[in-house]
Write a protein that binds this ligand. Structure first.
Ligand code: HEC
Length: 116
């Protein structure tokens, strides 16, 4: 049997890492997303949405796996801590005066598109 060319071996190894990275969302695609739950949607519209659908804010766009997957990998408790205590230009509390820890967790899950 002929040996496989190196390029094929490299491709095969790359395939082991799973699906190719998701393409980034546009701002319009990000802005079109809304939490299904009415309570959560109201909180989202009044706070997270302004920054997290605007690339210039420096915030990871809502629903954009290209920007959220590495953050999601830090774990829900770390992300909750970032939302509550702030993280660089992410303001403490995310400009939500009434969000509970449960709300923050759900909002983060929604923005990271990890609904399962
Ligand atoms: C004023 C703008 C602004 C608002 C409002 C805002 N964020 Fe952010 N957020 C940011 C920015 C900027 C970052 C990126 C910070 C960085 O990585 O340096 C960020 C990052 C995050 C992160 C990732 C933190 C990490 O550890 O990687 C989480 C989680 C987050 N925001 C949650 C929220 C939630 C939940 C809301 C609404 C309740 C919200 N944000 C509202 C600007 C905002």
């Amino acid at each position: 049997m002929r040996k496989a060319p190196v390029a094929m071996v490299v491709l095969a190894l790359a395939a082991c890492h799973g699906a190719p990275p998701a393409p980034p969302l546009t701002e319009a695609q990000s802005a079109a997303r809304r939490p299904a739950d009415a309570h959560l949607a109201a909180l989202y519209d009044g706070s997270c949405r302004a920054c997290h659908t605007t690339r210039d804010s420096g915030a990871p766009l809502s629903g954009d796996h290209a920007q959220w997957d590495a953050r999601w990998a830090k774990g829900a408790p770390v992300l909750l801590q970032s939302a509550v205590a702030g993280y660089n230009k992410m303001p403490a509390g995310g400009q939500c005066a009434t969000c509970t820890a449960h709300d923050y967790e759900a909002l983060i899950r929604f923005m990271a598109d990890q609904q399962n």
